[in-house]
Design a protein around this ligand. Structure first.
Ligand code: NAI
Length: 342
């Protein structure tokens, strides 16, 4: 028998904290693109959720190893691997939340729009399968360009006759996570308290942090606003350049995506206090899709917090007007992509 002295106090404590992940609910989550740079750490974070009973991992490559590895963690969810198109339908059966980080990431010099052709096709194919197998699921789109891939997903779902605009989400959580981090650093605030809404879209100037609506209330000089806004808008490029050809943000993205999954599961589970920013079909502006703060409920988007778009500063108002033409063009590009194929 193993003597207890072989196990240090710290090991016991760490074990207690991990095994204390007791099942609290039994939702099924599928990750499509699960062996990628985002997919793997995202799968790990979702594996740690007490709200998940089944974690289905799908990819066109290398997913068996990821699932075998994760399946050894002694947290409640059952991990299953699905490889290749023939196993996609089974992966999606009875799933409550589908997360899609499948696709190619940016390399230095590329914009999110440069990814359009490859990722548009991938998202279209995957969402068709979602429509056929779990039309009731919350769908989280991570694959870029999100400004276009969400309208693509909407068109695909419409064609299949199962589009529920309250359940289709472009994941912009990373913009909020970055804004919170950068503002807390700049203003020496306690990170956990900081909340900056980020609206618009998810590329370049379409990302519009509403610094004037930061909680707790904090004042910025014009120069601080300008610098922080530009940094939040270009934060993805900071990572692309630092990785120097090896891809774009994966770990911070996985963290942000896991937060959005957890929020969705809490909402499904009846928690009445779940708010996130997300890029959705929206009528807060004249554009058909727009990111803003939403309240999540059992049926998806329960309310859009449009009051946050009132009383903007002149800088924010200008930013809002400036982003509209670009966002509009990206939406139209996505819609046209699906329509021309029919
Ligand atoms: P990656 O290349 O490391 O992983 C992508 C994975 O998708 C690979 O495992 C690949 O085998 C898989 N894949 C490709 N085609 C597929 C298909 N037809 N079906 C299923 N899986 C497929 O890329 P990474 O870094 O994980 O990025 C993924 C996507 O997320 C990119 O489009 C990237 O631009 C986007 N992204 C989005 C962010 C956001 O804030 N929404 C932030 C960072 C990245």
């Amino acid at each position: 028998a193993l003597k207890s002295s072989y196990v240090t106090k710290a090991q016991k404590e760490s074990q207690r904290s991990y095994t204390s992940v007791q099942p609290q609910a039994s939702y099924k989550v599928a990750i499509l693109g699960a062996s990628g740079g985002i997919g793997q750490p995202l799968a790990l974070l979702v594996k740690m959720s007490p709200l998940v009973s089944a974690l289905n991992l799908y990819d066109i490559a290398n997913v068996n190893g990821v699932a075998a590895d994760l399946s050894h963690c002694n947290t409640p969810s059952q991990v299953t691997a699905f490889t290749g198109a023939s196993e996609l339908a089974n992966c999606l059966k009875d799933v409550n939340v589908v997360v899609i980080p499948a696709g190619v990431p940016r390399k230095p010099g590329m914009t999110r729009d440069d990814l359009f052709n490859i990722n548009a096709n991938i998202v279209k194919t995957l969402v068709e399968a979602v429509a056929d197998n779990c039309p009731d699921a919350f769908i989280h789109i991570i694959s870029n360009p999100v400004n276009s891939t969400v309208p693509i997903a909407a068109e695909v779902l419409k064609k299949k006759g199962v589009y529920d605009p309250k359940k289709l989400f472009g994941v912009t959580t990373l913009d909020v996570v970055r804004a919170n981090t950068f503002v807390a650093q700049k203003k020496n605030l306690k990170l956990i308290d900081v909340d900056v809404p980020v609206i618009g879209g998810h590329a370049g100037i379409t990302i519009l942090p509403l610094l004037s609506k930061t909680k707790p209330s904090v004042s910025f000089t014009d120069e601080e606003v300008e610098k922080l806004t530009v940094r939040i808008q270009n934060a993805g490029t900071e990572v692309v350049e630092a990785k120097a050809g090896a891809g774009s943000a994966t770990l911070s993205m996985a963290y942000a995506a896991a937060r959005f999954v957890e929020s969705s599961l809490r909402a499904l589970d009846g928690d009445s206090d779940v708010y996130e920013c997300s890029y959705i079909q929206s009528d807060v502006t004249e554009l058909p899709f727009f990111a803003s703060r939403i309240k999540l409920g059992k049926k998806g988007v329960e309310a859009v917090i449009s009051s946050e778009l009132e009383g903007l500063t002149e800088y924010e108002q200008k930013g809002l007007e400036a982003l509209k033409p670009e966002l509009k063009a990206s939406i139209e590009k996505g819609v046209a992509f699906v329509q021309k194929e029919s």
